[in-house]
Design a protein around this ligand. Structure first.
Ligand SMILES: [Zn+2]
Ligand SMILES: [Zn+2]
Length: 335
C-alpha cells in the first residue's frame, strides 16, 4: 500500500435532492424506525418520536419537482464554474446521476492535483459561505448618518458582488411585509422597503445606489444580503467534492436504486433534458409485478400508480424502478 501513489482526482460536484429541501418529500418519501417500526412521511427525524432511536430505514423517491429543483442548482453551479472560475465548456460535464440528482465533473489538469483543503475552499465559494457584505461593496458613504447614501454592489458586477445584488433584487421583486419580518427586519423597516420597492429596483436597474430611500440601514441590508446569498448559492454536497479518494460512477452505468443509467446532459440543452425519459436503460418489453406500495411514478411519457398491494403489468423500465426500490416482486413466472 505504501508504494501506491495518488495521481490526482477530477473536481466533482454532487447535487442531490437529498441535500436540498423540496416541498415534495412529504408526498413520496417514507421512513421506518429500525428500533420500533414507527413510520412517517418526509425526511426522517433526528430521533424516533416513539422510542428515541436514531436509525431509520428510508425509501426516497425522485419526482419532477425534486429533479427540477436539483437542475436549478446545477445551472447556478455552471454559472459559477464558467464565469467565476473560467473553466471552458469542454472541461465541464453534467450527468443525470440516475436517481435524485446530477453530477457535475470538471476534467482539467489545473484541478487534478488539488488537495481536499483547496477543494473545500471551492465548495465554500460555491455555497457562498463566509461572505461578508462589507467586502463586496456594501457600505455607507456618510459617516454621520448610516441610513443615507448606502452603496452596494451592482447587478452587472462579476463574481459574488453581482450575485449578491441579483439575489437581493430577486427578493425585492417578490417582497412582502411578512416575508421581510420573517427575515428579521423590524416592522417599520419592512414597511418602508415594501412601499418603496419600485424606487429601489429602478435605481438598481440604472446602476444607482442601494440607499435611495431613508430609514433602511446597513444592518437591514446585511440581513437581506444573507438571504440573497442563499438564493444564489449552488447547493452541492460538500463531502463528495472534498473527498479525493472517491470513485464516481461512469456514464452509462445503472443506479442500483432505480435501474436508470447515469446519462450525459449536453450543456446546450440542459433546460429541456428529461431525466425520466433520457435516463431509461431498459427500453423493451413488459413484466408483471406485484407491488406492495408505490407513489405515482413517471417513466418515459407515461405515469404509473400509485399502487398498493396489487399485480400490474408494466413496461420494463417502470417495473425495474419498483423492483430496485424494493416495493415490488416479479409476478410473471416466465421472467
Ligand atoms: Zn422507534
Ligand atoms: Zn420530489
Amino acid at each position: 500500500m505504501a508504494q501506491k501513489g495518488w495521481l490526482g482526482a477530477d473536481l466533482i460536484f454532487d447535487i442531490d435532492a437529498d441535500h436540498i429541501s423540496t416541498p415534495c418529500d412529504k408526498l413520496h418519501d417514507v421512513w421506518v424506525c429500525s428500533g420500533c417500526c414507527f413510520a412517517g412521511r418526509g425526511k426522517a427525524p433526528e430521533r424516533c418520536p416513539q422510542c428515541g432511536g436514531e436509525r431509520f430505514e428510508t425509501n426516497v423517491w425522485a419526482c419532477e419537482v425534486c429533479l427540477e429543483t436539483a437542475k436549478i442548482e446545477v445551472l447556478k453551479l455552471l454559472d459559477i464554474l464558467l464565469e467565476d472560475f473560467g473553466f471552458s465548456e469542454d472541461e465541464v460535464h453534467v450527468f443525470f446521476s440516475g436517481h435524485r440528482g446530477y453530477h457535475v465533473q470538471v476534467e482539467s489538469d489545473v484541478v487534478r492535483g488539488l488537495d481536499s483543503v483547496a477543494r473545500k475552499e471551492i465548495v465554500d465559494y460555491v455555497l457562498g459561505l463566509g461572505l461578508d457584505a462589507k467586502f463586496h461593496g456594501l457600505g455607507s458613504l456618510d459617516i454621520y448618518d448610516a441610513s443615507r447614501l448606502i452603496s452596494g454592489p451592482s447587478l452587472a458586477d462579476s463574481g459574488w458582488r453581482g450575485r449578491i445584488a441579483r439575489g437581493v433584487y430577486e427578493i425585492l421583486l417578490d417582497v412582502s411585509q411578512k416575508r421581510l419580518e420573517e427575515l428579521g427586519l423590524s416592522r417599520r423597516i419592512a414597511k418602508v422597503i415594501v412601499e418603496n420597492k419600485n424606487r429601489i429596483l429602478e435605481s438598481w436597474d440604472r446602476g444607482g445606489p442601494w440607499g435611495v430611500i431613508r430609514g433602511v440601514g446597513l444592518e437591514s441590508w446585511r440581513k437581506l444580503i444573507e438571504c440573497g446569498v442563499i438564493f444564489q448559492s449552488a447547493k452541492v454536497d460538500t463531502v463528495v467534492t472534498t473527498d479525493i479518494h472517491r470513485l464516481i460512477r461512469l456514464e452509462g452505468t445503472l443506479h442500483g436504486k432505480t435501474g436508470f443509467k447515469k446519462t450525459m446532459v449536453e450543456l446546450s440543452r440542459i433546460e429541456e433534458f428529461d431525466p425520466f425519459k433520457e435516463g431509461i436503460a431498459f427500453k423493451k418489453g413488459t413484466v408483471k409485478v406485484f407491488v406492495t406500495e408505490s407513489p405515482k411514478v413517471r417513466v418515459g411519457d407515461e405515469s404509473f400508480g400509485p399502487f398498493c398491494n396489487q399485480e400490474v403489468e408494466l413496461p420494463m423500465a417502470a417495473a425495474m424502478l419498483l423492483l430496485c426500490k424494493g416495493v415490488a416482486r416479479v409476478a410473471d413466472e416466465d421472467v
